[in-house]
Design a protein around this ligand. Structure first.
Ligand code: GTP
Ligand code: MG
Length: 335
């Protein structure tokens, strides 16, 4: 299936920049949403610290990584050292503490893959999930946020790709398609491999930030203010990049042998990672290496059925970008 179709440059492609940027702008959360999120965080901190004075709360995921669209739920991580308490007991206790205040729908989901407490704040209308000691997620959130500051095209591209994925029903891990986190990594990888590159590989540069979390050393260059000109030599526009992204995943990626790796800024082989066969439920049909938990394939949720759905969606999108007179409508049509 690779290289099935030649990418013929569409002469009117840059007419699509204005509508794509309008979609991007319409998805940016307004400032008052950020204010409400901070309010809710402050309330939760107050409640948690009454019980556990040394515990800390961190926002992670889309509300903190700069890839959050308007009306996202907040993901919060409770960092707590309670050596002689089981995680599930901490969650039950936490649910108790929050229940007593006027928060709604407080539920402890202790058996989930990532155990959490869910709740809704009636004052702000915001829902949130609180997990325990998931500090790697806090660190990868910072990595994504730092990448977003290097070149504005990353955030624009990722918003459009996330919007497309949600519209087309391919952003549902419990149905075997990819998480938002996976899509953002795919966008970063894509911009790292453009020539000239639009993004550098921060983990291959001299590290200015380094923390050890769960026995993983997370180190990279985080002085991204110094990289403001990095992507300048590449003049590709957002419309060209959206097209290029879909074309890449439809016709250029070698699904049988390749792993995309933001950590190395390149492609590595499945063989090298020993991701060539199915182990347990991990099938490795599309391989996206987590930048810090490098044994973790974010494509592991994808199965035989959903890989077909995904690849057909990439092809559909690439073909719309190539031929459709009005791609901005067709691309996001509900499935
Ligand atoms: P939306 O909520 O869809 O806007 O995006 P999000 O950026 O919050 O992404 P998502 O809900 O998929 O994931 C939340 C965070 O969990 C990510 O930003 C990562 O920091 C972290 N994370 C770490 N490992 C995984 C993983 O295997 N799957 C997912 N989904 N998230 C992970
Ligand atoms: Mg989220």
């Amino acid at each position: 299936r690779m290289y099935k179709r030649q990418m013929i440059r569409r002469r009117d492609i840059d007419n699509l920049n204005v509508p794509f940027l309008a979609i991007y702008e319409s998805l940016i959360p307004p400032e008052e949403e950020k204010v409400k999120q901070r309010q809710l965080l402050a309330l939760l901190e107050k409640l948690v610290n009454k019980e556990w004075p040394k515990a800390q709360l961190f926002i992670y995921g889309s509300c903190a990584n700069s890839f959050g669209v308007s009306k996202s739920d907040i993901d919060i991580c409770l960092a707590i050292e309670e050596a002689n308490m089981e995680k599930s007991d901490i969650l039950m206790k936490l649910a108790d503490i929050l229940q007593s205040d006027n928060l709604q729908n407080v539920q402890a989901l202790t058996r989930a893959r990532v155990p959490i407490v869910k709740l809704m704040d009636p004052a702000t209308g915001i829902s949130c999930d609180i997990c325990i000691n998931n500090l790697l997620a806090v660190v990868n959130t910072k990595l994504l946020r730092d990448y977003a500051q290097i070149d504005a095209r990353l955030r624009q591209l990722a918003f459009i790709i996330k919007h497309w994925a949600k519209s087309r029903g391919v952003n549902e891990t419990y149905h075997g398609t990819l998480s938002s986190y996976a899509y953002v990594l795919m966008c970063i990888h894509f911009l790292q491999q453009r020539r000239p590159a639009i993004l550098p590989c921060l983990q291959e540069m001299e590290s200015t930030y380094s923390v050890n979390v769960d026995n993983v050393n997370c180190a990279y260059f985080d002085k991204v203010g110094r990289l403001a000109d990095f992507g300048r030599p590449n003049k590709e526009t957002i419309a060209q990049l959206v097209w290029g992204f879909f074309y890449y995943w439809a016709y250029c990626h070698d699904y049988a042998n390749s792993v995309i790796s933001v950590r190395t800024g390149s492609i590595i082989s499945k063989r090298e990672k020993d991701w060539t066969r199915r182990v347990g439920n991990d099938r490795h049909l599309i391989c996206i290496e987590d930048p810090f938990e490098i044994s973790h394939d974010l494509g592991r949720v994808v199965d035989k059925r959903s890989i077909k759905v995904l690849r057909e969606e990439f092809e559909r999108a690439a073909d719309i970008m190539q031929y459709d007179p009005n791609p901005c409508v067709k691309l996001f049509e509900p499935y």
